[in-house]
Design a protein around this ligand. Structure first.
Ligand SMILES: Nc1ncnc2c1ncn2[C@@H]1O[C@H](COP(=O)(O)OP(=O)(O)OP(=O)(O)O)[C@@H](O)[C@H]1O
Ligand SMILES: [Mg+2]
Length: 163
């Protein structure tokens, strides 16, 4: 049975870099992002400059994907990962980061002040964690502030091995 690992967190917490590192440690694994299923992209948010994903359609497409391909691990990294529904989900990691460090990471990316503040606000109210608490069973919060992507991935791996 394919094991699904969810990696959520606000932009800049390190979802993509941690997922790449985790994939290296898990045999026969694949990383899916918000945009992996074109059918689930239902629009474009001009204000936030990002695509709008329908999570129900995404979950449906994921089901089809699992039937078609036989991966041991499917890592899904997305801001909305916590909202995905599937019986094969084994863990949902919420990557967290303190305000100062997140500011630095997002500034380095060239984000506007407005966008940085929006994301810091989302982090401070634990937006991704709250979403996950409503939908997932096995939630693990990881503070990435003083870690690097490789160390964070190793932490995830440790939790996965405990299961
Ligand atoms: N402990 C850490 N874990 C993950 N990333 C970290 C860590 N420390 C620093 N970073 C850095 O933070 C930056 C943001 O990481 P990344 O692009 O993976 O975030 P993201 O959550 O995927 O963002 P987005 O939602 O915009 O795609 C990268 O430059 C990454 O190297
Ligand atoms: Mg990313």
């Amino acid at each position: 049975m394919t094991k699904i690992i969810l990696i959520s967190g606000v932009p800049g917490t390190g979802k993509s870099s941690v997922s790449i590192n985790l994939k290296k440690k898990l045999k026969n694994s694949v990383v899916l992002t918000s945009e992996s299923f074109k059918k689930a992209i239902v629009g474009y948010d001009k204000k936030r400059k990002c695509k709008i994903i329908d999570v129900k359609i995404y979950s449906n497409e994921l089901k089809k994907f699992l039937k078609k391909y036989h991966w041991d691990y499917v890592i899904i990294e997305s801001l909305f990962a916590g909202e995905i529904k599937n019986k094969n989900i084994v863990s949902c990691f919420i990557l967290r980061c303190n305000e100062k460090e997140l500011f630095k990471r997002l500034k380095k990316r060239g984000y506007s002040k407005k966008k940085i503040n929006e994301n810091i606000e989302a982090e401070l109210c634990n937006y991704c964690g709250e979403e996950a608490f409503e939908n997932q069973k096995n939630i693990i919060e990881i503070n990435t502030t003083r870690l690097n992507p490789k160390k964070t991935a190793l932490k995830c791996l440790k939790y996965l091995q405990k299961k």
